[in-house]
Design a binder for this molecule. Structure first.
Ligand SMILES: *Cc1c(COP(=O)(O)O)cnc(C)c1O
Length: 373
């Protein structure tokens, strides 16, 4: 029997459900005659802040800029050192460099997240001013531990929540422990736009004011430029789409991702495929579903999936400090990062998104069962 390929993201299916609401939002913005920084952005920012349980949200152009603006609002700049993870989207590190600071790479833990076990030692030894943890795959890093690190070291913190919107640790949401939370509305993210977008969330109103300046040329009043900013505004169009066509569904999409993840966790049972389970306190947003296979068998495993009509991904194939761009950029690597490099060689991401059918989930589980290693 011929099947459609099980995709990592299925935007065509999403459009069938969401198209009418997206077109209505588009009509609203078009008819308003106002396209940059108006009511739609303000309303979406309020709705997002409300969803997140934080007082201030500032819409920006993309996730990279959300991180750079967050860092600058916290006073990170030339001379600063920012501890982060070698396994993430490149943007996590690029934002640190664009802010003028130096990235310090720490080792990862068994879930592929920045290892906090020796973070306090690193913060002292490497004179770290700021921490940029990434809640990768939607898995929340231990927020109690992050809180304790802030309390005991006085370090500043931007949480990279580009993959973790809706994820919680205990009764707290990712992004509510640090001084700022940055997120992305890139189409593949759990809350995706039909183009680029991002946001920064704060508890401090002065930082939020500064972020609003930084996104628009560092301008305070019209034609009064207080500092060197960016042009990084969330469009009215994307804000309108996010607010009325996407955000109202986010909680149910996250519930669907969790239900699929649970089926994978229960159903994938193969000694050649390792699945790292988040701890009990973590409620992941399951942006991705990572599994680990033997590095030299990874291409064959992905070919096996492909043969059965199942797409897969690698997040991420290269540790960030090993990227060519880092050769000519000041950076500090703490330890040998063996674990991180091994993760890059072993990881495979399986399809997980709200439009997967029951039959497709079963096909992914069956394909894992027939992998001979
Ligand atoms: C996607 C992503 C970013 C960057 O977001 P863009 O909107 O693509 O610039 C940053 N960090 C992480 C962890 C991401 O997944």
């Amino acid at each position: 029997m011929q099947h459609d390929t099980v995709l990592l993201n299925d935007f065509r299916r999403a459009w069938v459900d969401l198209g009418p609401a997206v077109l209505a939002a588009t009509e609203r913005v078009g008819a308003s005659g106002w396209y940059i920084l108006g009511e739609e952005v303000r309303d979406f920012e309020a709705a997002l802040a409300d969803f997140w349980g934080l007082p201030f949200a500032v819409g920006v152009g993309n996730g990279l800029d959300a991180l750079e603006i967050s860092l600058r609002c916290l006073g990170v700049g030339p001379g600063s050192r920012v501890l982060t993870t070698p396994i993430s989207a490149f943007a996590s590190t690029l934002a640190i460099c664009r802010a003028g600071a130096t990235p310090v790479f720490g080792e990862i833990d068994e879930l592929g997240l920045l290892d906090l076990a020796n973070a306090r030692k690193l913060i002292e030894q490497e004179r770290v001013d700021c921490l940029l943890p990434v809640h990768l795959y939607g898995h929340p890093i231990d927020l109690d531990h992050l809180d304790h690190i802030i309390e005991s070291t006085g370090v500043r913190m931007v949480e990279d929540c580009a993959q973790s919107i809706g994820a919680t640790w205990g009764d707290r949401a990712t992004g509510t422990v640090g001084h700022a939370a940055a997120t992305s509305f890139y189409p593949t993210k759990n809350l995706g736009a039909l183009g680029d977008g991002g946001a920064v969330l704060f508890t401090d109103s002065k930082m939020a004011d500064r972020a609003r300046r930084l996104r628009s040329y560092g301008e305070r009043e019209r034609y009064e430029h207080l500092e060197m900013g960016l042009n990084s505004r969330l469009d009215e169009l994307q804000a309108a789409i996010l607010k009325t066509a996407m955000l109202p569904h986010l909680a149910s999409w996250t519930a669907t991702r969790r239900a699929i993840a649970q089926q994978y966790l229960d159903g994938i049972d193969n000694e050649h495929i390792a699945v790292a389970r988040p701890p009990a306190a973590a409620r992941s947003a399951w942006h991705l579903f990572p599994v680990l296979v033997e590095p030299d068998r990874r291409p064959a495993f992905r070919a096996h999936l492909q043969q059965l009509g199942i797409a897969s991904g690698i997040h991420y194939p290269v540790a960030i400090p090993d990227q060519p761009a880092l050769l000519s950029t000041p950076a500090v690597t703490a330890g040998n990062l063996d674990r991180a490099r091994n993760w890059c060689a072993s990881e495979v991401s399986l399809p997980i998104h709200p439009w997967l059918t029951e039959g497709e989930v079963a096909r992914v589980i069956a394909a894992c069962a027939t992998w001979a290693g």
